[in-house]
Design a protein around this ligand. Structure first.
Ligand code: C5P
Length: 222
């Protein structure tokens, strides 16, 4: 209760991109600043939760009062998240690369004049949110994000089901919105109960409201 309604609760949050190595100097990645995920970790901690933030490579400072585990690849991120289960809360915000290079080169691939570019064979990465949403140690509250450029609500609803999440925070990341890498966010909350649109907010405000929403889930019933 009070201003620390999440005291005694544990939370695991993912943030940032993952980097999937091609060779020791090259990688493939998604665009993600980590701003939203880091802000959520900070907001949950502010409400009293004991938070572990599993972060891919970002240039942000570690949020105050949060345990930060730094990873590069999706497989490392999954392992770090599973190591924190059971937990009460999971908020998966990371922009995980859907694919990794099937066999990353141990040595830098040499560019030889006149030779064809090397083909990249990809393998599917684990889906961290889906794994957590269907896990034996599933947190009571599992939250995922959906960055979409079209059919935001329909895709969000499908994702809720498929990933085993209680809430999907969906946003339109079309380039003209400036959300990717930006400081503001305009989201829709998709739950089994329906859709709630939030106004245009800073990522910190989205984080604070979301932490409040999560705290509300614990105060409702046992
Ligand atoms: O399927 P899609 O990537 O759109 O789903 C987005 C949500 O799933 C986000 O919450 C993201 O953090 C999570 N995710 C994940 N592991 C993946 C892919 C997505 O945790 N491999």
């Amino acid at each position: 209760g009070g201003d620390r309604p999440l005291a005694g609760r544990t939370a695991v949050v993912t943030s940032g991109p993952t980097h999937e190595p091609i060779d020791p100097v090259r990688y493939i990645a998604n665009r993600s600043s980590g701003r939203q995920g880091h802000a959520i970790a900070a907001a949950l901690a502010k409400l009293g939760a004991q938070v572990t933030l599993v972060s891919g490579p970002v240039t942000l400072a570690d949020p105050p009062g949060v345990t930060v585990v730094k990873v590069e690849r999706a497989e490392e991120m999954l392992e770090a998240v599973l190591a924190r289960l059971p937990a009460d809360i999971a908020v998966m915000v990371a922009a995980v690369a859907d694919w990794r290079v099937a066999a990353a080169n141990a040595e830098k691939i040499k560019k030889r004049p006149g030779e064809a570019p090397p083909p990249l064979l990809l393998a599917e990465n684990p889906d961290i949110l889906k794994t957590v949403g269907h896990h034996a140690g599933r947190p009571k509250v599992v939250v995922g994000f959906a960055a979409e450029t079209q059919d935001v609500e329909e895709n969000g609803r499908a994702k809720l089901e498929r990933k085993g999440a209680d809430l999907i925070v969906a946003n339109d990341v079309s380039p003209e919105t400036g959300i990717m890498g930006g400081t503001r966010n305009s989201v829709k909350l998709i739950t089994a109960a329906g859709v709630e649109a939030w106004p245009d907010l800073s990522k910190e405000e989205v984080a604070e409201r979301l932490a409040g929403w999560i705290a509300g889930r614990f105060s409702r019933q046992p």
